[in-house]
Design a protein around this ligand. Sequence first.
Ligand code: FAD
Length: 288
Amino acid sequence: MRRFEMILPATVEECVKALATHGAGARTVAGGTDLLPQMKNGVVKPAVVIDLSGIAALRGVAAANGAGLRVGACATARELELNADVRKRYTALADGAALVGSVQVRNLATVGGNLCNAAPSADMAPPLMALEAEAVIASPRGERRVPLTSFFQGVRRTVLAADELLVALVVPAPAAGSGGSYIRHTPRRELDIAVVGVASQVTVQNGRCTKARIALASVAPTPVHATAAERALEGQALTPELIEKAAGLAVEAAKPISDQRGSAEFRTHLVRVLTRRTLTSALARASA
Ligand SMILES: Cc1cc2nc3c(=O)[nH]c(=O)nc-3n(C[C@H](O)[C@H](O)[C@H](O)COP(=O)(O)OP(=O)(O)OC[C@H]3O[C@@H](n4cnc5c(N)ncnc54)[C@H](O)[C@@H]3O)c2cc1C
């Protein structure tokens, strides 16, 4: 591995100042579970590595000001998987976090690292998109918020400029009668990445679906919303027939490739199956 300088900021302000000073030659490190293998393989060769572990403002999972949840960028997958509020009200996120790697990986892997690494297969991205999370981003110019739906720009590309840091995710509180689910398909049971992942989040009031959000992983360069399927569900009673129809419509949002892990045809089939399963599970949770 190439030698690099290490910087340990104590605050967000110090961190974005260091990012601004060192520009594209610098990389932040949170858990290091994506960055370190990339550095060892020579995929990235930062001259400066900025360690985020000393910045208290990036940690924790807590109630947001007002309503909803504030998830610090350095909250780990294990924290999210075990958090009582996440398991009760943000179930799709608990599902996604619990699938990342092994317990050892989840103790290090952060939600910020998962999103900023911007792999199409990232397991925490679809649940957060389905939950309509916003990214809180800091830079020397101040703070801005970006809906997660607009955060990803391509494989390993996000809206973050070289001097910007993801500080937190703010997730609105789901309305009464809401439920969510995330399921992925992997050829191996453990330590594998999603061939396809689907998150569904629904709200049901007086027997009708008032809101539906469906987000897909590993079927396009970025996670995507299945908007035609979402529209088909809203305003309707969620019958098995309608869920089947929405699962078929979700396929429209998928532009999968064929690779050694699955053909485009197989991925398209998985979108249909996993959309049906996650909608059925989300509906059951909404009714529980
Ligand atoms: C064995 C193994 C199994 C895995 N299994 C899965 C899996 O099942 N599902 C899955 O989704 N992923 C998996 N991963 C990938 C990885 O663990 C996750 O993506 C993890 O969440 C990355 O978080 P991190 O804190 O380790 O990121 P890091 O490696 O520290 O950082 C990743 C990237 O994000 C940037 N970054 C980190 N934090 C910030 C921030 N706050 N602001 C701006 N940029 C930031 C870094 O500069 C770097 O480019 C696995 C990895 C390993 C090694």
